[in-house]
Design a protein around this ligand. Structure first.
Ligand code: P6P
Length: 330
């Protein structure tokens, strides 16, 4: 397992070296290709994807890899009878921020292979988050830090550029009981449901009693926003909406963002929900499935669920078919 992790940290060092020089090496900007999400692929996220595929593909104990940048999982076919792990990753989350020098991140989740066949399959990838063996992220910010859990608490390792190694810097991270921030994109407020609007006013101390008084922080890079709330206490939410496009399932990816970060939140004493229930209990139906996401301090996330139950029955009815897998999210 540590050999697998060394594949991730090697890829992280390669990515970090490219991220910090992106403005110099003409790898900024897009390559005018679109990824499976329909998003313009920035050159750096293509390079990051290649680094992870190569560093993990040669580890021997990785049977399947699934990337947010690839339509389908990559089954590692070399003769590896011991390819017992599945690695799911978003190679460079928040990549639209690269050109403006805002922190970006790599998110990874590690499942154990469950299929009977010699080589991995999609069923090995589409497992619920409560079966994760480990998960973590690397945040490429003022320093480069890997935050990781294998089910025994959350620990932070900071890259020492002089040594070229990640050194333990934050042992047993716990989300503070007293939250300080909430993170949401107010630009989408016109499309929020009644329950989300009331939840937001509650967070701002404008509605209801026992409301916290939080500051708003949102950089539009999930790893950066999550990392701040993990260390300082708070809640990040990207709800579903009822725009005319009617995407009650929102934007966040279950397999590539929500599961890994939900696992870390849970290990640090927090909680992650799709607005109805625990993200880690959700049985995935498709690789690029999207879910609404509320993640951070448990009491704040549970308050969001309460507002949704009270005011958003229409949204719940619209979202449930996607949650059950009766209809695929796009
Ligand atoms: P918006 C990046 O594309 C991402 O998936 C997350 O990193 C980030 O939190 C979110 O989208 C930002 O989305 O719509 O607020 O720009």
């Amino acid at each position: 397992f540590s050999w697998l992790l060394s594949g991730i940290t090697l890829a992280a060092k390669i990515i970090q070296s490219k991220v910090q020089r992106a403005g110099l090496n003409d790898i900024l900007g897009s390559i005018d290709q679109r990824n499976v999400q329909g998003e313009t692929q920035q050159k750096l996220d293509v390079l990051a994807n290649q680094a992870l595929l190569q560093c993990l593909g040669r580890r021997g104990n990785v049977g399947v890899m699934a990337s947010e940048e690839n339509e389908e999982p990559v089954v590692v076919h070399q003769d590896r009878c011991h390819g017992k792990y599945v690695v799911v990753f978003d190679p460079l989350d928040g990549s639209s921020n690269i050109d403006v020098n805002v922190s970006v991140g790599t998110i990874f989740a590690i499942h154990r292979k469950i299929s009977a066949g010699r080589h991995g399959a999609l069923e090995d990838v589409l497992q619920p988050g409560n079966r994760l063996a480990a998960a973590g992220y690397i945040v490429y910010g003022s320093s480069t830090m890997m935050v990781y859990s294998a089910g025994l608490g959350v620990h932070g390792f900071t890259l020492d550029p002089g040594v070229g190694e990640f050194l333990l810097s934050h042992e047993n991270i716990r989300i503070p009981d007293e939250p300080r921030y909430y993170s949401a994109n107010h630009g989408n407020e016109r499309d929020w449901t009644e329950g989300i609007r009331r939840f937001t006013r509650w967070l701002q101390g404008l509605e209801g009693d026992a409301a916290p008084t939080l500051s708003h922080r949102y950089v539009g890079s999930m790893v950066a926003d999550f990392h701040r709330n993990l260390l300082r206490g708070g809640v990040f939410y990207y709800p579903g909406d009822q725009r005319e496009a009617n995407k009650p399932y929102g934007k966040m990816r279950l397999m590539f963002e929500a599961q890994a970060l939900g696992f870390l939140a849970s290990q640090a004493g927090g909680y992650a929900s799709d607005g109805i229930g625990d993200i880690l209990e959700l049985q995935p139906h498709t690789l690029h499935q999207r879910v609404p996401l509320f993640i951070g301090n448990r009491d704040l996330v549970e308050q969001a669920e309460a507002f949704i139950r009270e005011y958003d029955q229409e949204w719940i009815d619209a979202y449930l078919p996607f949650r059950r897998g009766a209809v695929a999210t796009v």
